[in-house]
Design a protein around this ligand. Sequence first.
Ligand code: LRH
Length: 482
Amino acid sequence: MSTAVAAVDLGASNGRVMVARVERDRLDLTEVARFENVPVRVAGTLHWDILRLYDGVLQGLRAAGPVASVGIDSWAVDYGLLDADGRLLGNPVHYRDNRTEGIMAKVAAEVTPAQLYSTTGIQFLPFNTIYQLVAASGSAQLAAAARLLMIPDLIAYWLTGRAASEVTNASTTQLLDARTGDWSLDLVGRLGIPATLLPELCRPGDDLGPVLPDVGVADGVRVTAVGSHDTASAVAGVPARGDRFAYVSCGTWSLVGVELDQPVLTEDSRLANFSNEAGVDGTVRYLRNVMGLWMLQESVRTWRSQGMNVTLTDLLRDAARLPAFFSVVDPDDPTFLPPGDMPARIADVCRRTGEPVPVDPPAITRCILDSLALAHRRAVRDAVRLSGRDVDVIHLVGGGARNALLCQLTADACELPVEAGPIEAGALGNALVQARALGAVDRDLFGMRALLRATQELRRFEPVDTAAARSADARLRVRTTR
Ligand code: LRH
């Protein structure tokens, strides 16, 4: 007897509803709906079109057919605010909006970075929820807010009426205490954030209740909390054999790191800007955010808006013919974070650092992929050094696993084999946590991973040419101040 569950996986560029059929030794995944996620700028602020996304979720659930449970995961850090009647107060703001510029320094004046890190263990990224809330302080909207719900929690609330904050995503707020796993009320108080905004925490596998009848879909179907941070579900969906592995969850972002039992809260870890995000089953996702395929997505968008007829297939084919690691940038340069003309910014950074300036789309594509592979190298090496965890293999999961050139370059740059796939690691991790909560599989995290190894298509890339990456890495270290 198989159990069917629906995994809702919302990403920065699209959302998907997938149906997984799970048996003791079988796991099939079918996409039943895919919809675009197009942010909208209103009065100078970049927003998520959350009702359009919710509608996509509802349509997907209608298309899913009978399922026993629904689980929702999405990108991290962003939230909606509800008033005392439970109504949404405006569209959630996009983490790439510039309202948090300069806010990190403001927070540092209240709570030193060392204190903030030793409490939360979270990487300093300008868009973390903590900075978004401080940026919004004094606004009429925040004053009117009774509750804050992260994006997947908001969708779950609309489906069930239950307001809870799932812990893997809550950890990305930079407001959670990494040792206790609870909200840091001390931190929240010091920053003047009303503690009443923060809902009770729940964990992957918790039952959030049935879908309400007036939602009009999947009436009575249970909603189960999953690793609601997409990266948490993707890491649960890494088909690793043991614990000697690093992962690259590669999509809009590359999230690069290792899985641990305990957080690493040292000064060295803070200085290397590593995060201890909460994972499924109490694990720690010790990782760094690397800018990811955003740089390529945004370049393609720019070229198309300039009337160029580029396709990803052509770009990757032409880029593969160019010399390796000829021109590289540091993808973590904050200049690459906002939307806009990416090729122009890459050229500027190359000029500034004395790298050859890539001029045409294939050369720019090549520069992005080489640069990402080098950033993967640095993050894997830092994770190993700072955590003491040795690794024999890198699992590259998510949409980036389709990109054979990036997988090979990552193997070359990291000097380690790369196992690529599954592409849908997030949806699979989401579905397996639900299936386990329903009793359809009786496995721990590694048992679930064995099921993934047995059922999903994986490709292996051995390191071939490691010298070019090594010398480009050395060159980049000298040329950039970061
Ligand atoms: C990837 C992701 C990542 C976050 C970013 C905001 O989708 O969730 O883990 O840092 O989006």
